[in-house]
Design a protein. Structure first.
Length: 402
């Protein structure tokens, strides 16, 4: 049913600056996943190098995201977002220079991606916790819908353009654009005038982290879903981000792979637009049920489906991801106390990321033994099966929205 009471979050100045900063950053970042993947593969010819580069940006998220959540709840999120975005611009710029000058060195790329991941560990909790400070409670779902629309709207053209740019000029130029976008985003975030958070003075970061853990552990529907996604993300990132480009290079090509990723983003965009008006009272239940379809493109990839069928599966997964993503963020922002939100979401991030390096590094040996297509097929089936598990919890099924 349509919402009749929620306002327009864009009428608020702080949210407009935040929205613009995310738009600029995402415009650059939309090309990076494709650009980095094919740039590393072109420079080295080794899927193992790509796995190491991707894992290097994920490991620091695991190591530092809990600290990042506590810092975000203690200090001004606007200042934190400014500094972290500017730092990310420097690190991504350095990666671009390495690739553009033809001085590819796996150790240097890994080190720079590690620094970029460290900055992301502080950026992500602040991004996820800042929204209730920018809009009114009844505007949260619409704000998430707008942000999701931007996040995946720019990815419709981004991966496809990146695929063409990689073929024409190499992946370094797309990464250079991402570096510039981080700098511009940092300038936008500097316009946010947000106070330090209401953490009791005199307490340390370890105490803040412990309080966040207690809140996370006490919220059954949160840790139930996070636990399942820990295993599911290990599968999906390993299959889709590592094996996906590898299989694509020998079958459909880089430009077609970029097109598939863009179609997946289109599915998310369609759902994000719909969720600006649509109100589901059991929003989390609907999102969890929908995300079962997230395994379809991995199954299609494993079966060697032609581009139209692979794109159709990716579109369906995009619709599902769009609904789940908005449901998840909105439910967290509605049901977790604001002064705990960045810390709780940092435990969400930690649980979601902790097993990803296993997938990134382990999927290549598995593919060598069993074949990459078979690993992709089995991975897709396992992903969908895992997504059904949280639906057994009454805390997930009965969570109310609004």
């Amino acid at each position: 049913m349509p919402s009749t009471q929620a306002g327009n979050p864009l009428r608020r100045t702080a949210f407009r600056w935040f929205f613009l900063g995310r738009l600029v950053s995402l415009l650059g970042g939309s090309m990076t996943s494709v650009a980095l993947a094919f740039a590393v593969l072109q420079a080295s010819g080794k899927a193992g190098d790509l796995a190491l580069a991707l894992a290097a940006s994920t490991v620091p998220l695991i190591l530092f995201v809990l600290v990042g959540g506590s810092v975000a709840d203690r200090f001004s999120k606007g200042r934190l977002l400014t500094l972290s975005n500017l730092g990310a611009g420097i690190t991504q710029g350095a990666v671009a220079v390495v690739l553009l000058t033809g001085n590819y060195d796996l150790r240097l790329v890994v080190a720079l991606e590690f620094l970029n991941g460290t900055l992301a560990a502080f950026t992500t909790p602040a991004l996820r916790g800042v929204l209730p400070e920018l809009v009114e409670p009844d505007e949260v779902q619409r704000a998430n819908s707008l942000l999701s629309t931007v996040r995946f709207g720019v990815r419709i053209l981004g991966p496809a353009v990146a695929g063409l740019l990689v073929v024409a000029a190499g992946g370094g130029w797309a990464i250079a654009v991402d570096a510039l976008s981080f700098v511009l985003a940092g300038l936008c975030m500097s316009r946010l005038d947000l106070p330090a958070k209401l953490v009791s003075q005199g307490t340390g970061l370890l105490r803040d982290m412990r309080d966040g853990w207690q809140e996370f552990r006490a919220t059954t529907w949160v840790w139930t879903i996070v636990a399942v996604f820990s295993a599911a993300n290990m599968i999906s990132v390993g299959v889709w981000a590592v094996l996906g480009p590898t299989i694509a290079l020998r079958t459909i090509g880089g430009s077609s792979w970029g097109l598939v990723l863009s179609v997946e983003a289109l599915g998310v965009l369609v759902m994000a637009v719909a969720m600006y008006r649509l109100v589901l009272r059991r929003l989390m239940f609907a999102g969890q049920l929908a995300i079962v379809a997230g395994g379809l493109p991995m199954v299609a990839l494993g079966l060697g489906a032609p581009v139209p069928w692979l794109a159709a599966a990716a579109f369906a997964a995009g619709l599902a991801s769009g609904l789940f993503g908005i449901a998840w963020e909105t439910s967290l922002q509605e049901h977790v106390p604001p002064h705990m939100l960045s810390r709780v979401t940092s435990y969400d991030d930690f649980g979601s990321y902790v097993a990803i390096p296993i997938g990134q590094l382990g999927v290549v040996p598995l593919a060598l033994v069993f074949g990459d297509s078979r690993v992709a097929l089995v991975g897709g089936v396992l992903f969908s099966a895992l997504m059904l598990l949280p639906l057994a919890s009454a805390s997930v099924r009965g969570l109310r929205h609004g």
